[in-house]
Design a binder for this molecule. Structure first.
Ligand code: IDC
Length: 528
């Protein structure tokens, strides 16, 4: 039995090494100044750790890869963390770089439930991470295991943990490679941590003493929020452009119905999407009809209060925010048109000085509602919003659950700037035929906004179709389409981004995200 396992392990190892080499050879496209890294992790039996790493340094005048910890500077402690970097680059006046982390366990027993803490400068941003969970909060980066690497066997080194950060300067970046602490079941391991850093101008090897985590001060609000960088948006042709007239893509998430999941309307939640997911957009969905919706027995003041909280949190975080009048089982936006007029009068007045607010005036007309009906509704609502918000982007829903953008394209709303049209999809149900509608609309110059989508079926549940999801994102990214993924909640359905077993409303670890959540986070972060 044991021998079989070893044999299986060896075969698995060889397969992964070959796969790694193929990925390295086939995927050799050069990008920026980043590493190309292929990783393999501990297998299901936990008996094998392998890794195949291929590193290419583009724009680098050195040919040799920076070596890892040498015998000479090998730390003496039983268990220790090694933080290294062989790549950093300038990004928008800041420094971004990749940090690779390993845990060496030379003690007599396995270690479990490890946590690594690295003192971090204020304003640090974690852009992506792999084989770990990684959050930067309150002056410290906290790294915790994922399902398969929480245990480090005795006499073993756990590798392939890494993350990418952006900080203000090279010295801030370098400081991340000293002072890390390994915590195992509450016990702090001290000792030395070997660090290596290199950039295109110099190779250097440093050794630093691990210190206890310094007194932790809350992180200051980040400079350079999406809104600070991009300001008031407008529509040019089929694109959203920023204050400089440069093409801009909104990428974000939609709440579930705020009446049912109000706890996710909180600032930490939105900040998690901004800082940990790379999102610049939050959509606040307020159902009008179902189960005590705004126009159907809902507490209007309470719901408007939630919308207001959401808009203000997003604004404080420098994010863009959609106020979504979420019609659904009311079918036709004409049903609650009078309520809609009052609502949009009020909110557009309240947010008249906010340049980050987008209005979505009817989520999904359906049930045979014609484009003519939707258009005439829009022609009553738009002027009301325009009185207060002359330039705000307004998204108009389209017939058939916001699929018929091709129909809207034949007879668009005229006389106003900054009008966009909603196309929604659920990838396991909506495939080529809806993509063709979007393409047709774009071809005829209609600006399309994917203000809601998921990768399961149209019920918001059922199996994920990753293949169709990829096809949708080819269309989205090649056309600079903005999007918001449904939905921020832990409801027990596939489209929810958070696992139903998790009640946290912010700072989720990867293990606390649903499959859809894990996929969408990577999508927004641009991790393929
Ligand atoms: C679904 C929710 C589900 C809720 C239902 C209410 O995921 O929890 O019970 O609404 O009717 C849409 C809608 C969106 C739907 C979603 C999934 O805009 O409100 O949410 N969907 O059915 N259009 C296509 C799919």
């Amino acid at each position: 039995m044991k021998n079989n396992k070893v044999l299986i392990g060896i075969i698995a190892a060889m397969t992964l090494v070959i796969a790694g080499l193929i990925v390295f050879i086939v995927g050799g496209e050069k990008k920026d100044n980043k590493n190309s890294t292929t990783q393999a992790s501990i297998d299901a039996t936990n008996e094998l750790t392998i890794s195949e790493e291929a590193t290419e340094n583009v724009n680098s005048d050195k040919d040799e890869e920076v070596s890892s910890t040498t015998e000479a500077n090998k730390p003496q402690a039983d268990c220790y963390v090694t933080v290294t970097s062989n790549n950093n680059w300038e990004s928008g006046g800041k420094i971004s770089g990749q940090l690779d982390v390993s845990i060496t366990n030379n003690s007599a027993s396995q270690i479990k439930n490890w946590t690594i803490e690295i003192p971090a400068p204020n304003g640090i941003k974690v852009d992506s991470f792999w084989n770990c969970n990684c959050v930067a909060k309150d002056g410290v980066i906290v790294i915790t295991p994922v399902e398969y690497n929480g245990t480090v066997e005795k006499s073993a080194t756990l590798k392939d943990i890494g993350f990418i950060v952006t900080v203000a300067s090279k010295s801030e970046f370098d400081s991340l490679m000293s002072g890390s602490t390994l915590l195992v079941d509450g016990k702090e391991y001290s000792g030395t941590s070997s660090t290596i850093t290199a950039d295109s101008s110099k190779d250097e090897v440093e050794e630093a003493t691990t210190e206890a985590v310094a007194a932790q001060t809350p992180a200051e609000p980040e400079s350079g929020t999406p809104f600070e960088n991009h300001g008031k948006l407008s529509v040019k042709g089929t694109d959203i452009v920023d204050k400089n007239g440069t093409m801009y893509q909104l990428k974000g998430v939609s709440t579930h119905g705020i009446a049912w999941f109000p706890d996710y309307v909180n600032k930490d939640c939105f900040q998690t999407f901004r800082d940990d997911w790379g999102a610049n957009l939050i959509r606040i969905a307020m159902y009008t009809h179902e189960n005590g919706g705004y126009c159907n027995g809902g507490d209007k003041e309470y719901l408007k209060g939630l919308v207001d909280d959401g808009v203000n949190y997003a604004t404080e975080l420098g994010m863009y925010v959609i106020v979504d009048w979420h019609i659904l089982h009311d079918l036709n936006p004409q049903v609650y048109k009078e309520e809609a007029k009052k609502f949009f009068e009020e909110v557009s007045y309240k947010y008249k000085n906010y340049d980050n607010v987008i209005y979505e005036i009817c989520n999904e007309p359906n049930g045979g509602t014609s484009w003519e009906d939707v258009k005439s509704y829009a022609e009553e609502i738009i002027p009301i919003i325009r009185k207060n918000a002359p330039d705000a982007i307004i998204i108009v829903g389209t017939p058939n659950w916001s699929q018929d953008v091709d129909v809207a394209a034949q007879n668009p709303i005229t006389g106003y700037d900054n009008i966009m049209y909603a196309a929604h999809f659920y990838a396991a149900t909506h495939t080529d035929n809806i993509r063709n509608k979007v393409q047709t609309a774009l071809d005829s110059g209609l600006p399309v906004f994917i203000s809601e989508f998921s990768i399961c079926d149209a019920s918001g549940n059922g199996a994920i179709d990753y293949g169709q999801a990829d096809k949708w994102f080819e269309l989205i990214d090649s056309n600079n389409l903005s999007y918001a993924g449904w939905n921020i909640s832990n409801k027990d359905e596939t489209s929810s981004l958070i696992k139903s077993s998790c009640s946290k409303t912010s700072w989720w670890t990867e293990g606390e995200l649903s499959e859809t959540g894990i996929w969408l986070r990577k999508q927004i972060l641009g991790i393929k």
